[in-house]
Design a binder for this molecule. Structure first.
Ligand SMILES: [Zn+2]
Length: 453
């Protein structure tokens, strides 16, 4: 066997078998090759801390990170997702490819600093502000890939097919011109995007029909026949449910399941307004539901029926979606808190007495997230990418915690403030809570923001 490129010695680590101590972990070519608990710390690189598998972020539109603070002023009518969307459409008209790269790098850096080590980017901003195609169909996809290369985050890139403005193949609006492709130009986009991500080790190309509003049934069937992770926004808003019922007589998730071979490759983003029959069918399909609790709260979407989906054995993970706030622990905390507020109950997500809520949420988001992004991650085990988040064992919230109480303290109290080191594919990217390129990325992001005012 060849010598590992890096052998780490971890005082405490969350392994698939549970909590372990004095773990020697070998890494070669970015992948874990051996995990040895109760090892001697000789000839090892000692890393103080509590090692967790890095969490996948299964849903993001990185450009929306720069909208922070721009949509929190009361408008003339009742504010909603739909009034927010108008603000978002106006905002994105100004973005150049350089802006897109700068914002993406800043968002990805924050993801790494706050506990996410992989990202599925749901990328729909393809064309110039006037809607004309760039000479290179992957002009903006290349910018997302460049940001991933600069920051080191593991990337699953999901070019989005967007063809229509509403159910029943309604024509798109001028505000949607930057998103639009037909089936042929989308094939060109996928080919060019595959070339754009080729230099990134272990990047994955998937695809995303934007929503049932934005693609026709025949386009959806066409995409469903392609390989790779496939993500779709579904049932985020009650108006979307009403429009789908008016169009088809069926609710969105029910229509999707009845007309598309949904399987483990699929991630259904939000699924907020789904009934128990739909949730049981999604669980049976093997698809993941992608929950984005902070964005769903910010947009006033509603609250997902998580206990029903859990009882059906469904897989779920978390995403940062609008990136209004980026925090891995925070997404899990909001997921549980939404359920508590809606049900006037505590510790809602664990299925069994004695189970830790933090551990339950973290394990679920690792498993669902890894399946969703289509990469071998989410476990500190041989054959998986060496993606680790190390918590500071001297943080006051963690100093006396052992076992699953560590995750309860991390998720419900300490949050990203407890993160010391982040390693992706065997490379240390974050030390003492700071990304190694923080100063460069932040300076560029400040300039970008100044041009957008
Ligand atoms: Zn989204």
């Amino acid at each position: 066997m060849s010598k590992p490129a890096r052998r780490l010695f971890l005082e405490t680590a969350l392994l698939p078998s549970g909590w372990a101590h004095d773990v020697a972990l070998d890494i070669a070519d970015g992948t874990i090759t051996a995990v040895m608990p109760n090892a001697a710390p000789t000839a090892c690189e000692r890393l103080p801390g509590i090692a967790l598998p890095g969490l996948p972020n299964l849903h993001s539109h990185t450009f929306q990170r720069a909208m922070t603070g721009r949509s929190e002023t009361k408008g003339p009518t009742d504010d909603s997702f739909w009034t927010w969307r108008q603000i978002m459409y106006a905002f994105l008209q100004k973005l150049t490819p350089d802006d897109i790269e700068s914002i993406a790098a800043y968002a990805m850096m924050e993801m790494l600093e706050t506990g996410f080590t992989a990202l599925a980017e749901f990328h729909y901003l393809h064309h110039a502000p006037d809607g004309r195609a760039y000479a290179n169909p992957a002009e903006t996809a290349e910018r997302i890939a460049a940001a991933a290369a600069q920051t080191g985050i593991g990337l699953t890139l999901l070019p989005v097919l967007y063809t229509h403005g509403g159910f029943g193949s309604l024509p798109p609006s001028q505000a949607q011109a930057r998103f639009l492709n037909d089936r042929n130009s989308f094939e060109d986009l996928l080919d060019a995007t595959a070339r754009a991500i080729a230099p990134l080790a272990d990047a994955v190309l998937g695809q995303a029909p934007h929503s049932l509003r934005a693609v026709s049934p025949s386009d959806l069937a066409h995409l469903a026949a392609r390989p790779g992770p496939t993500h779709i926004h579904i049932a985020e808003q009650t108006r979307e449910v009403e429009d789908c019922l008016a169009w088809s007589g069926q609710r969105p998730a029910a229509w999707l399941l009845n007309h598309t071979p949904i399987d483990q490759r699929w991630t259904l983003i939000h699924a907020t307004h789904t009934d128990p029959v739909e949730l049981a069918a999604i669980a049976r399909s093997g698809a993941t539901i992608g929950l984005c609790p902070i964005t769903e709260a910010n947009l006033g979407d509603g609250i997902f029926n998580a206990p029903s989906f859990r009882d059906a054995g469904g897989l779920y993970g978390v995403g940062t979606d609008s990136n209004v706030e980026i925090t891995a622990a925070g997404e899990l905390r909001f997921l549980e808190y939404g359920q508590r507020l809606a049900r006037r109950a505590r510790n809602v997500m664990p299925a069994t007495e004695g189970a830790s809520t933090g551990r339950t949420l973290y394990d679920a988001a690792l498993t669902g997230g890894a399946q969703s992004v289509g990469r071998r991650i989410g476990r500190l085990a041989p054959g998986h990418r060496a993606d680790l988040v190390l918590l500071d064992p001297t943080h006051p919230d963690l100093a006396t915690a052992t076992g699953d109480r560590i995750l309860d303290a991390y998720i419900f109290s300490a949050g990203a403030g407890a993160i010391d080191t982040v390693i992706v594919a065997g490379r240390t990217l974050v030390t003492a809570g700071r990304h190694h390129a923080r100063d460069t990325i932040t300076a560029r992001y400040r300039k970008t923001l100044a041009t957008l005012v």
